[in-house]
Design a protein around this ligand. Structure first.
Ligand code: PGA
Length: 228
């Protein structure tokens, strides 16, 4: 049976330090090397920013290397240019990858401009499998409870695919597009709930009072699912 552990901390910074330390500990304990890559699933959003800052600090202090780490990002908007400042490619490069020693070839992000979107999604699943599956999937959660862009109602066994964003998510993300709803992409490619749940371990970061009710629902759902 899968078990859930809930770690409650007082402040956003405490969450960032805890999460970054945990990721470092898992990578170091794995002893990655040329024949043994650690696979890490990663999110975008405001929540993980502090965690990325801490991980960059560890790298700069010589306490952590990403040389033998492969990353798989959760999602990417459809049909905004890769170098758009709000694309998840830009987010990951600016906030994390360009500051660490990861090999760009090992930093995987879905291509939201792929001509054949379904093939792109299927290939992503194959790439994850070829990398040996994901060791630790780090994620965030939306105020409507979504994980990656799996909006409410997504199947719990869903795989990587194209999804339309829920109106709540479009509203939440408008802050990144000058508050202009029409500029927020309405579709994204996203790993599925099943893709996330296949990971050896999942760490979801939840901060902010606006997500308290969402967290409450997560705990109640997990509690009742134990008795099924
Ligand atoms: P946030 O986004 O970290 O910016 O709140 C999380 C999400 O929507 O998954």
């Amino acid at each position: 049976m899968q078990s859930m552990r809930l770690v409650i901390l007082d402040k956003y910074d405490d969450v960032s330090v805890w999460a970054a330390k945990y990721i470092r500990r898992r990578i170091l304990a794995f002893k990655p090397g040329p024949d043994r890559y650690f696979t890490l699933g990663l999110p975008t959003g405001s929540t993980p920013l502090g965690t990325y800052k801490k991980l960059i600090e560890y790298y700069k202090a010589g306490n952590l290397s990403f040389k033998y780490v492969k990353t798989f990002n959760m999602d990417e908007y459809v049909a905004i240019p890769r170098d758009h400042p709000e694309s998840y490619h830009s987010f990951m490069w600016n906030n994390f990858f360009k500051h660490i020693d990861i090999d760009p070839a090992n930093a995987n992000i879905l291509d939201g401009n792929a001509v054949d979107v379904q093939k792109e999604c299927d290939d992503y699943e194959k790439k994850i499998a070829a990398a040996g599956g994901i060791e630790l999937f780090v994620g965030g959660i939306g105020p409507d409870g979504h994980i990656a862009f799996n909006e409410p109602g997504s199947s719990l066994v869903s795989r990587t695919r194209i999804k339309s964003l829920a109106q709540d998510t479009i509203l939440a993300n408008a802050r990144f597009f000058g508050g202009d709803l029409s500029k927020v992409p309405h579709q994204a490619l996203t790993v599925g709930v099943g893709t996330v749940m296949d990971a050896r371990e999942v760490m979801i970061l939840i901060t902010g009072a606006h997500k308290a009710f969402t967290l409450h629902k997560v705990i109640v759902f997990n509690d009742t699912s134990l008795y099924r």
